[in-house]
Design a protein around this ligand. Sequence first.
Ligand SMILES: Nc1ncnc2c1ncn2[C@@H]1O[C@H](COP(=O)(O)OP(=O)(O)OP(=O)(O)O)[C@@H](O)[C@H]1O
Ligand SMILES: [Mg+2]
Length: 221
Amino acid sequence: MRYGAVEAVHGISFGVEPGQVTALIGANGAGKSSTLAAISGLVPAGGRIRFAGHEIVGRPPHEIVRAGIVQVPEGREILARMSVEENLLMGLRGRDRSHLASAYERFPILGERRALLAGSLSGGEQQMLAIARALLAEPRLLLLDEPSLGLAPLVVARVFDALADLRRQGVTMLLVEQNALRALRLAHHAYVMDLGRIVMRGTGEALLKDEGVARTYLGVT
Ligand SMILES: Nc1ncnc2c1ncn2[C@@H]1O[C@H](COP(=O)(O)OP(=O)(O)OP(=O)(O)O)[C@@H](O)[C@H]1O
Ligand SMILES: [Mg+2]
């Protein structure tokens, strides 16, 4: 995957198992977001990306969404001047609005605030809204780019609680996170990226115990 002359991701290979949480961690510029963008079809990529037995490289983003891969974008991209409910309605992609009940069940706070402008929600609530909206499309694979970005520590904890709930419900997730500690605690499997390559892989548990990972990514000295 390249941006002009810059090769952002090179020769990586990894898998995501259904019903599991897979995490990509790594420093700034490692190529994590680029990897998600390639899977979503937002940037061209070489090589192969197979999803549920089908090759998806080169297919346009809307077809990839229709195949069941839905990304919660970095920065959330909620529509601030629309209500919480209007934001959720967009996630339905034509499905009946009775499905909104499932979002309010998962995230009761969104039910309480359904009539408020989305822009009036706290950062954490906006992140919940973005996740809830993505889930309304009933994805077979949910991609998350830095869900904890810019949130206060207490709020980060709440977002990760919500992700842990989704994990228990068997939602398949590919999670990109700078908060390596939380990502590794949540993930069944994880991959460490550096300069466009995968430099380490293992279960979340194993990587948490790895001294090199601890020193480089968990801030343990
Ligand atoms: N639109 C772009 N145009 C040119 N280069 C880009 C573009 N987006 C990313 N890059 C470059 O590609 C490389 C990978 O960037 P990417 O955003 O995928 O990393 P990341 O791991 O998501 O980093 P971060 O933790 O900062 O989000 C970096 O060298 C970055 O500068
Ligand atoms: Mg990124």
